[in-house]
Design a protein around this ligand. Structure first.
Ligand SMILES: Cc1cc2nc3c(=O)[nH]c(=O)nc-3n(C[C@H](O)[C@H](O)[C@H](O)COP(=O)(O)OP(=O)(O)OC[C@H]3O[C@@H](n4cnc5c(N)ncnc54)[C@H](O)[C@@H]3O)c2cc1C
Length: 392
């Protein structure tokens, strides 16, 4: 058998030596530590917290992605994307735990906090001594998150929060949780809850019965007259538009995440097809299987080039919201299809979690839906292309 070439259009050649070293570091951790252990966590629906915490101890720092200061890794956008790619190539749960902490929570404070707030919260978060969470979605406000119903009322030296949040990753274990709410003047803002579980009126319950990302937990959160110090409102967020800086940054990361997931699926499918024999020959020798593998290779190559170019634009400060949404939407949709093809090529074995394709297959469903659903990202890109908003 020929050695399967997992890199059809030599994506590797586009990377700098430093980017390859970083990529190899994360890949080694994911292959040696996460892959052997993750299926047990997934099957028990147990938070793979220890596996995610190990990402904070790698020799080349990755926490905080492209953000700078307060210990953040200060990576370029390709490097930051490659981290997400490598995490998701092996597992979506660890990737989501990392993405919520290092992406959503840390970048909210880094991009929207005052210097005093950054100095207070970021160093311990970047060191992964304190874990972050990001509470935007509500039971009645998913895609329409700009119109959150959670309220923040000013009473003396406190903000008093009331409302409900849903799907909040790390929500049951977070040390620092950002709740997005509207104040009495209707202004949108980020309210930072330190040690939320100790706050009277705060309740977080793990959502059970998930088919995807089972080794990371999301929470339903209830806030009943939760008091936080007035100084813990993020200083530079007064509108949903301000939050878009955070959402665009993390959404680009999810585009890379989808490409990594697709790469993982392609590699598993190609390897299996070359080894599995039916009718006396490897199934890879049959034309119908080759057609699927070629389609997957072509899709993967297109996705890799797309996110690499997006990262270049982001490094130059030229990426638009529409481009980022287009990249997330198209990569997540392609990854979802490829995950189905990989599972199919493994036949019955594709249903079994031990072969890893089944886990990636279900993870792809969450990647397709979070950080803006397929439709919402289409609408953002459509608005930019046509100049007409079609949201409502
Ligand atoms: C695993 C997982 C982790 C998550 N982690 C977090 C987290 O850490 N923090 C957080 O705040 N949120 C989180 N979320 C929430 C996630 O961002 C939302 O699920 C997502 O925004 C969609 O909201 P919804 O599920 O309420 O769907 P809805 O908004 O109710 O959408 C239902 C369907 O209607 C479609 N739709 C909605 N509006 C339109 C429209 N105008 N035109 C056409 N179609 C439309 C959608 O595309 C979708 O197909 C997570 C979700 C999941 C599944």
């Amino acid at each position: 058998m020929p050695t399967p070439d997992f890199d059809p259009f030599r994506f590797d050649d586009l990377l700098t030596p430093a980017q390859r070293t970083l990529r190899d570091q994360v890949r080694a951790y994911m292959e040696s530590v996460v892959r052997p252990a993750i299926n047990d966590y997934w099957e028990r629906a147990e938070m793979a917290r220890d596996l995610a915490l190990g990402l904070g101890k790698l020799p080349i720092p990755i926490i905080g992605g492209t953000l700078t200061g307060y210990g953040c890794a200060g990576l370029d956008n390709v490097s930051s994307g490659l981290v997400k790619y490598e995490l998701c190539r092996v597992d979506g749960s660890v990737s989501t735990m990392f993405g919520v902490h290092s992406g959503l929570a840390i970048s909210s404070i880094a991009l929207l906090g005052s210097e005093e707030q950054k100095a207070r919260w970021l160093p311990s978060m970047v060191a992964m001594e304190k874990l972050g969470a990001f509470g935007l979605t509500e039971p009645e406000r998913g895609s329409d998150a700009a119109h959150v119903q959670t309220t923040a009322r000013r009473v003396g030296d406190y903000w008093v929060l009331n409302g409900q949040k849903r799907w909040i990753g790390n929500g049951t274990i977070a040390d620092i949780l950002i709740i997005w709410a509207r104040d009495e003047g209707g202004r949108f803002g980020g309210f930072v809850l330190e040690n939320p579980r100790d706050l009277p009126g705060f309740q977080a319950e793990t959502i059970t019965g998930k088919i995807a990302k089972r080794a990371v937990h999301q929470a339903n959160i209830t806030l009943e007259d939760v008091h936080i110090p007035a100084s813990d409102r993020l200083a530079h967020c007064n509108s949903f538009r301000d939050l878009n800086a955070v959402l665009e940054y993390t959404r680009a990361g999810v585009a890379w995440e989808a490409v990594g997931l697709a790469a993982g699926c392609y590699e598993i499918a190609l390897d299996y097809a070359c080894k599995r024999e039916q009718f006396g020959k490897p199934i890879a020798s049959y034309q119908l299987i080759q057609a699927k593998l070629v389609e997957m290779a072509a899709e993967l190559s297109q996705m890799q080039l797309l996110v690499w170019r997006l990262a270049q634009l982001m490094d130059a400060g030229h990426a638009s919201a529409g481009q980022i949404s287009l990249a997330k939407q198209t990569c997540a949709a392609k990854a979802r299809k490829m995950a189905g093809q990989a599972r199919e090529i493994l036949g019955g074995n594709g249903i079994l979690i031990e072969n890893h394709a089944a886990r990636l297959f279900t993870d792809a469903e969450a990647t397709y839906t979070y950080e803006g659903t397929n439709e919402i990202n289409l609408l953002i890109a459509g608005r930019e292309i046509t100049g007409i908003s079609a949201f409502v």
